[in-house]
Design a protein around this ligand. Structure first.
Ligand code: TYD
Ligand code: MG
Length: 461
């Protein structure tokens, strides 16, 4: 057999597509100038890195598989466990993405400490900080578990050896962008390094039944730096998000092979690390009293959890040349354009002569169609300069003909809002009919089926 040959491939730094010929534009994702040369040995090198003869495991009959095999470890943070779908499964590969500085290392060090206090050895491998730096952080967090092991490491082969030797209950690799495999000539953080190091670690997770968390930095555009293929390789993808200038952080599950997705956990960043927020429904909207014109409170569903959020809008006179501005934070600009077009056409409000700014407080993103009505009401409230009556919430999707469509989970949304003192509501007619049928009271709740009814209800003075 010939010795393993070096081979050159070209990999797209954007999507991970690779081929033997150079390309100017990636045939897979269409990005320009993303080809990077990668030198890689033949498949034999991958196997050598794992340094084990393949274990001769056999497929088992389903009924013989003991449930213990798949028992979940509790992280000690109920909010984290909920997002994970009940805890950490042995052998699970979990990707934790987030912008630099958002608190990923802090969260994982706290989780590592609690897991090791409850179960035993946990290995925290960091390519970003020295053990002394991690120690300083741990002191601030009050972490003290004697079985929490820390190592500064960037070599994936060493990591594999460490995990094999230590056999931890949980291993954390912080971050996948600083991890490198000596078989590849490309720099750490390149698409090939990220992808291949991750696949080696994922294989190891399965083989040793160790849950492994990989930290992935996210670029400004919101993508895990390097390949999106990482998301396809792992079992669970979590994002840690929020505005780093504010206190609150959201842990969001976007993929989970073992549980429900779209769950969120809410944390507060304090001087002593992250603390769970037990009742987060109201943190982004404040008290239910009178507000200024241009604000509206809506209820969005984050997984199974209703959250009240405040939408602010400013419809300012436009004096420039060309097109008036449409800017938004926390709302997709295309969605905003659609809502504005409906308001302009169906209500004959001259919004085309206004600059429009929309902002969702707290760094939250409204990507649920049921948030449409809150956005529309905030804009109209600013346009007419009439505040929304106090203690009011509204939700519902707006269709192109101006119809207000039903939202899922209406009863839950209304219940949460009432508990927080928001006793008035504007509810899509289709939801209201269902609610009445179920015997839910419509006291203080107005039903609407068209956007013009919303205007007459709130802004006809
Ligand atoms: P870090 O976990 O290092 O972020 P990441 O790993 O996602 O890059 O978090 C860094 C920020 O968190 C930093 O700005 C300091 C802040 N912080 C606190 O406010 N309180 C704390 O107890 C700790 C440890 C960090
Ligand atoms: Mg970090």
């Amino acid at each position: 057999m010939p010795p393993s040959k070096k081979k050159t491939i070209y990999a797209c730094q954007e999507c991970g597509h690779s081929q033997s010929k150079w390309f100017g534009r990636c045939p897979a994702c269409g990005e320009w100038n993303t080809a990077a040369e990668e030198r890689i040995r033949e498949e034999t090198a991958r196997d050598a890195a794992m340094q084990t003869p393949a274990p001769q495991t056999k497929a088992q009959p389903l009924h013989e598989i003991s449930v213990e095999d798949s028992q979940r470890l509790q992280t000690g943070f109920p909010e984290v466990d909920r997002v994970l779908g009940g805890g950490l499964l042995p052998g699970a590969a979990i990707l934790l993405g987030g912008e630099p500085g958002i608190g990923k290392s802090t969260l994982l060090l706290q989780v590592a400490d609690r897991v090791s206090a409850n179960y035993g050895r946990v290995l925290y491998l960091s390519g970003e900080e020295s053990p002394a730096q991690i120690k300083l952080r741990a002191e601030r967090l009050g972490s003290a578990s004697p079985e929490l092991l820390i190592k500064s490491e960037t070599s994936v082969e060493e990591m594999i050896a460490d995990i094999r030797e230590i056999r931890p209950f949980l291993a954390i690799v912080d971050s996948i962008q600083t991890t490198h495999w000596s078989e590849l000539t490309s720099a750490p953080g390149s698409v090939a390094q990220v992808r291949d190091c991750a696949s080696l670690l994922i294989r190891l997770a399965k083989e040793t039944a160790t849950p492994i968390v990989l930290v992935g930095h996210v670029t400004k555009e919101g993508q895990i730096a390097g390949p999106r293929v990482l998301e396809h390789l792992v079992d669970v993808v979590l994002y840690f998000e929020g505005d780093s200038h504010q206190l609150y952080r959201l842990l969001r599950g976007v993929k989970n092979r073992f549980g429900a997705t779209h769950e969120i956990g809410v944390f507060e960043m304090t001087g002593t690390g992250l603390h769970e927020v037990a009742n987060p429904a109201a943190i982004f909207c404040g008290a239910s009293g009178q507000r200024a014109a241009g604000t509206a409170v809506t209820v969005i569903m984050e997984g199974a959890r209703p959250m009240l959020i405040e939408v602010q809008a400013l419809a300012a006179p436009f004096h420039g040349h060309g097109f008036p501005r449409r800017a938004s934070s926390g709302v997709d600009v295309n969605r905003l354009a659609m809502i504005l077009a409906v308001l302009e056409k169906r209500l004959e409000t001259p919004l085309g002569t206004r600059d429009i700014f929309v902002n969702v407080t707290g760094g939250i993103t409204v990507d649920e169609p049921a948030g449409d009505l809150g956005i529309a009401v905030a804009i109209l409230s600013s346009f007419f300069d009439i505040p929304v009556p106090p203690h009011s919430i509204m939700f519902g999707e707006i269709g192109l003909t101006g119809e207000i469509r039903a939202a899922p989970g209406a009863e839950q949304r209304l219940r949460e809002a009432s508990q927080l003192g928001y006793t008035n509501a504007i509810v899509p007619d289709a939801n209201a009919r269902d609610l009445l049928r179920q015997g839910v009271s419509m006291d203080g709740r107005n039903r609407v089926s068209k956007i013009d009814e919303v205007r007459s209800l709130l802004f006809s003075s």
